[in-house]
Design a protein around this ligand. Structure first.
Ligand SMILES: O=C(O)CCC(=O)C(=O)O
Ligand SMILES: [Fe+2]
Length: 352
């Protein structure tokens, strides 16, 4: 990529050509940090040094991390709120920031009625209706169930995620304290996971616990797994699992997620290749995957609303990530019935 982007409004990152993510050690990858401080027109070099001192090493999840949509910047306002703003900014604007935080509403998946017009689409987009289900075996242990979820089921899931997402333990923008944030909103069900604390912290920094995974979602995951096992005619290639963690991500149309492995689950779970089951709703996304963390060679598939992707067995350790969210690609009936805001909802289920 070789481009420069502003990070947390202070720091510019340079990505080398060979390593698009330009980062990190840590759990998710093997490559070295290559963040560069570049001249920023509004900063003196002393200020730059100060920022570097408070900067946390990133990981590939933060690929191109940039907070370019202010409305998604603030965490939800439940319990004791821990400020995650760059220190300098908090000191300078203490009062106005505090005022702003108290006024902040939790992140909502649903468009407010006043913005309903944002859903209006051109006639041609009326063709974005749901298609019939089909299946693709992508490689050993990796299955894509196209259009697996009915429209009704998708609407139900959006509503359930909205209900949980605006409550305690709901959506927030994860990242490092005083450091970069992921380009998405996240909440965990069943058990907390966070890019900084992994599965170690039972309670989130705002004191909340992960809400339980709804039973109907657990059933859905097991059914999708059984369906996939019968398709490949093997329970060894794709073992069954019982989800006790669900990470719910919402990507605005500018959202993305760097190539990474899901490898914070227990040794036993990873060792047995217990699958990750991933559900996509809303705008479609270009999903990359590869055995190595090699953005140039990664395979690309389109994940559309209603698709279920499963990767377990020999594919459990694939590097994967979201390259782009395709704006205005969500099925119109879904938008009308669920009033989902522009972007993509993704749920990944795992057994810890
Ligand atoms: O959004 C997706 O499809 C992938 C999400 C993901 O990889 C994760 O949450 O670990
Ligand atoms: Fe992942």
């Amino acid at each position: 990529m070789g481009d420069e982007r502003d990070l947390s409004h202070h720091l510019s990152i340079s990505h080398s050509k060979s390593d698009m993510c330009g980062c990190s050690l840590g759990k998710y990858g093997e490559t070295k940090t290559s963040f560069d401080l570049r001249h920023h027109p509004n900063q003196t070099s002393n200020e730059q040094k100060k920022d570097l001192a408070t900067f946390q090493p990133s990981d590939p999840l933060f690929e191109d991390s940039i907070d370019d949509h202010e409305d998604y910047l603030l965490p939800t306002s439940f319990g004791k709120q821990k400020l995650t703003y760059p220190r300098r900014k908090v000191k300078q604007n203490h009062k106005s920031l505090a005022d702003h935080l108290f006024q902040t509403k939790p992140f909502s998946l649903i468009l407010p009625r006043s913005t309903e017009s944002m859903c209006k689409r051109k006639q041609v987009e009326m063709e974005n209706t749901l298609e019939s289900p089909s299946e693709l075996i992508l490689r050993s242990g990796m299955v894509l169930l196209k259009n697996y979820l009915s429209l009704g089921k998708q609407v139900e899931i959006v509503k359930k995620c909205e209900e949980l997402g605006v409550g305690p333990g709901g959506f927030y923008q994860p990242g490092y304290q005083d450091g970069p944030k992921l380009r998405l909103q996240m909440m965990c069900l069943g058990r907390n996971w966070d890019p900084q604390t992994k599965y170690d912290e039972y309670y989130r920094s705002d004191g909340s616990e992960a809400p339980p995974i709804p039973d109907e979602l657990i059933r859905l995951v097991k059914n999708a797994l059984q369906h996939s096992q019968s398709l490949i005619n093997s329970e060894d290639e794709l073992p069954m699992m019982s989800p006790d963690v669900c990470i719910v991500n919402f990507y605005a149309t500018s959202g993305r997620l760097g190539l990474h492995q899901d490898r914070d689950e227990s040794f036993d779970s990873l060792n047995r290749g217990l699958p990750v089951v991933s559900v996509s709703i809303g705008d479609s996304a270009d999903f990359l995957y590869d055995d190595k963390r090699d953005i140039g060679n990664a395979a690309k598939i389109l994940l559309e609303s209603g698709d279920v992707l499963i990767f377990g067995g020999k594919s459990r350790h694939i590097f994967h990530g979201i390259k782009t969210i395709n704006p205005n690609s969500a099925p119109l009936p879904l938008l009308k019935q669920a009033m989902l805001r522009p972007g993509r909802l993704n749920l990944t289920f795992r057994q810890f």
